[in-house]
Design a protein around this ligand. Structure first.
Ligand code: RB5
Length: 148
């Protein structure tokens, strides 16, 4: 399973920690974020990661900026992306179980490295529950289809 990882300048170190962590768990990690701490624009990296997921190059994605918010909002503009900001382990599990989130996001300025690893593991270990949740996820896709 391949996981695409994107970040802006606020999350270079966190990205490195998370990439090693997912590789240690046995996943393949694809880095499309910046490796420089010079100020940059997170939508660029959000879009690269989101397109890797919708194009099938990656199975899911991890987005990291200062808060996780900007980069997730940008990724969610790509059709087919369900990116969810997670600052705790329970949310990370539920966004997979209920929302079938194909990307998670968090903030390097919000969560510490150990919590971030726990968030990632909770998300990767979880499985979509389907059933009524499938219907709701389908309804989200239908809203998307109404846009231009
Ligand atoms: C960059 O300073 C910061 O705005 C960005 O990392 C992120 O937090 C935006 O949502």
């Amino acid at each position: 399973m391949k996981i695409v990882v994107a970040n802006d300048h606020a999350a270079v170190n966190m990205k490195k920690e998370i990439m090693s962590f997912v590789e240690d768990l046995g996943y393949e990690a694809l880095n499309v974020g910046t490796d420089s701490e010079e100020s940059c624009d997170y939508p660029i990296y959000a879009e690269k990661a989101a397109r890797a997921v919708v194009d099938g190059e990656a199975d899911c994605g991890i987005l990291i900026c200062g808060t996780g918010v900007g980069i997730s909002i940008a990724a969610n503009k790509v059709k087919g992306i369900r990116a969810a900001v997670c600052s705790d382990v329970t949310t990370a599990r539920l966004v997979k179980e209920h929302n079938n989130a194909n990307m998670i996001a968090f903030g390097a300025r919000i969560v510490g490295t150990e919590l971030a690893k726990d968030i990632v593991k909770a998300y990767l270990d979880a499985r979509f529950l389907g059933g009524k949740h499938e219907r709701r996820v389908h309804m989200i896709s239908e809203i998307e289809k109404k846009q231009n």
